[in-house]
Design a binder for this molecule. Structure first.
Ligand SMILES: Cc1ncc(C[n+]2csc(CCOP(=O)(O)OP(=O)(O)O)c2C)c(N)n1
Length: 316
């Protein structure tokens, strides 16, 4: 097991990519939280404010053909993987131009072009799917990596052990990514889980435990893990310790945890690092924020003027 150190040698282009994706996820989530009480969205929403670094550092190393399987907390990882913002917004608004044609809602985002073949609202449901993709790659379906993305509570499900075991036995190109925010809904990990996630995973495969609020650390560890999986060295496990600032579901802040921006905010940390190493100016940071606000405005407008799906097709 390793505890990755942040990589201060990152190139400006890469750091900017990470910052843009995290800002896109954060500002989109904040806008969803603002709009949600007005009932324009026809779906539950599980926001990931505070957790942006995990999916962003991971997806920086994934290609469109790599297959990412998500659970219920999907928006951030789907945007990190490349789902176009207007297709996400339209899906949340229940419109036919959404990524699942308005039939799926937030927990069922699909985008085959960007390697999002499915997500599961069943806790643990994504884990075996990534293994299936890895098996398909091994059997000759293509050169891609399967990624199972899940929360700490999903590791209590039997499918977690079966999936790790099978992937390790067959040395499949699979990445297991655990976004450990320490809670299952309102229940702390000490009350829902008797095992040590890293202890269990590291019995079966190389495992890194990372500060999941530090995007440079995630980026570093994910880069190594993805290239080992791609290079035929079998499955890898990334355990990312993070914080969920929001309630389990919906637009409100969680009152169970304390958030210290300096310590916990992945965006603040990256911006501080980039500013202190001369990679960005305060003006550039402000311009980036407002460019993303305009993108969000355009995506909402697109969703609002899109038609609703054909109810007859839904029945078919
Ligand atoms: C099999 C199953 N049991 C219970 C639920 C209800 N449920 C939905 S999300 C959730 C908590 C999941 O926690 P975790 O996997 O740690 O992910 P997080 O919400 O923290 O991102 C629960 C218990 C469910 N969807 N599926």
């Amino acid at each position: 097991m390793t505890d990755s150190q942040p990589n201060s040698t990152i190139r400006r282009d890469d750091a900017l990519w990470l910052l843009r994706r995290m800002r896109l996820i954060r500002q989109t989530s904040e806008r969803i939280a603002k709009l949600y009480p007005t009932d324009v969205m026809e779906t539950p929403v599980h926001l990931c404010i505070g957790q942006e670094a995990v999916a962003t550092g991971l997806c920086h190393h994934l290609r469109d053909e790599d297959k990412l399987f998500l659970g219920h907390r999907t928006h951030g990882p789907a945007l990190a993987k490349g789902l176009p913002l207007e297709k996400l917004m339209a899906e949340l608004y229940g419109r036919s131009t959404g990524c699942s044609h308005g039939y799926g809602g937030s927990m069922h985002l699909l985008d085959l072009e960007h390697g999002l073949p499915g997500s599961s609202a069943i806790v643990g449901g994504s884990i075996a799917l990534g293994v299936g993709a890895g098996l398909a790659a091994e059997l000759g379906a293509g050169h891609f990596v399967g990624v199972s993305y899940f929360g700490d509570a999903a590791t209590n499900a039997g499918v977690f052990y079966e999936s790790l075991n099978f992937a390790a036995l067959r040395a499949l190109p699979v990445l297991f990514v655990c976004e450990d925010n320490g809670f299952s809904n309102v229940m702390p990990k000490s009350e829902h889980s008797a095992h040590d996630i890293v202890g269990v995973a590291s019995q079966m495969m190389p495992t890194a435990s990372i500060d999941g609020t530090d995007v440079l650390a995630v980026n570093d560890a994910a880069g190594r893990a993805v290239s080992r999986a791609r290079g035929g060295q079998g499955p890898q496990f990334l355990h990312c310790r993070t914080k969920r600032w929001m309630k389990h579901q919906g637009p409100e802040r969680c009152d169970l945890i304390e958030v210290d921006i300096e310590r916990d905010c992945p965006i603040h940390k990256l911006e501080r690092f980039m500013a202190s190493s001369g990679m960005v100016t305060p003006r550039e940071l402000a311009d980036l924020r407002s460019a993303i606000e305009s993108e969000i405005d355009a995506a909402i407008e697109f969703a609002e003027r899109s038609p609703r799906p054909d109810p007859n097709l839904m029945e078919a």
